[in-house]
Design a protein around this ligand. Structure first.
Ligand code: FPP
Length: 247
């Protein structure tokens, strides 16, 4: 039986988030520049997207470029931005074929105009697609997102649109960049690092975390299935006891 056949269809997560890590080390192991790893990472992005779409997973969120990544050497940042432009152009037809809708979270204004333009075109073109929503976190950090959300809440209070007593988790979620998207049930991080790295801190509150040693450019369908099978073997308790959940 293949790994895919072992999956229980009605217990798949509706939202999977991935920290794609290890591109630089993958390239270094091959005696190449880091950007070589990013280029090969695109293959893994395509495969993860197709796998999620085929399985009927509704949301896939990929950490593609963090706020902190702006501090990398300019050559690497420029190469990553060029890669984004070429990838978005080249992959739009694949997104259409797979009924995938593109979305982004993060401070888009900080991205080069060329990247913003390609993203906007692709977002517009795929906006009617009804299958998977692929969200790219670009120039994103969770603390940035939380600060923005707090500012919006404060502005609503100041404008008498919101009472302080009415602020609750739903109000905060609605102010996040991910408003309207359910929290991820599963977060995967590749490359053996066991950190969240400023990614979806609010949304990951009850997520199952899955870490694997595979470097991102090597992440393939079977690795995704393994993560999903591991997820399906877990008991999600949301603070309750195991006995309460079984009832
Ligand atoms: C982390 O590996 C990866 C990134 C910072 C960039 C991710 C980008 C891609 C996979 C390619 C383009 C993406 C899209 C969505 C088209 P790292 O560089 O931190 O690796 P290291 O930890 O081994 O140094």
């Amino acid at each position: 039986m293949s790994l895919k056949d072992e999956l229980i269809q009605d217990r798949l997560p509706s939202h999977v988030a991935i920290i794609m890590d290890g591109n630089g080390r993958w390239a270094k192991k091959r005696g190449n520049a880091r950007v070589f790893g990013h280029k090969h990472g695109v293959t893994a992005v395509r495969e993860a997207t197709e796998t999620a779409a085929e399985l009927g997973i509704k949301y896939l969120t990929l950490y593609a470029f963090s706020t902190e990544n702006w501090n990398r050497p300019k050559t690497e940042v420029d190469a990553l931005m060029s890669l984004l432009v070429s990838t978005i152009s080249a992959e739009t037809s694949t997104l259409m074929k797979n009924n995938v809708k593109l979305n982004t979270i993060g401070c888009k204004e900080e991205l080069p105009k060329s990247v913003q333009a390609k993203l906007n075109t692709c977002i517009e073109k795929t906006s009617e697609n009804t299958g998977l929503t692929l969200t790219l976190a670009l120039s994103y950090s969770s603390r940035w997102e939380i600060i923005e959300a707090v500012k919006r809440v404060a502005a609503d209070v100041k404008a008498d649109k919101l009472n302080v007593e009415d602020i609750n988790a739903d109000v905060i979620s609605d102010k996040m960049a991910t408003a309207g998207i359910p929290d991820p049930e599963l977060m995967i991080r590749t490359s053996g690092e066991h950190r969240i790295s400023n990614f979806l801190l609010w949304q990951l509150a009850y997520s199952e975390l899955y870490f694997c040693d595979i470097l991102w450019p090597d992440f393939r369908r079977d690795d995704f299935y393994r993560a999903l099978l591991d997820f399906q073997g877990r008991e999600r308790r949301f603070g309750k006891t195991g006995d309460q959940i079984k009832k």
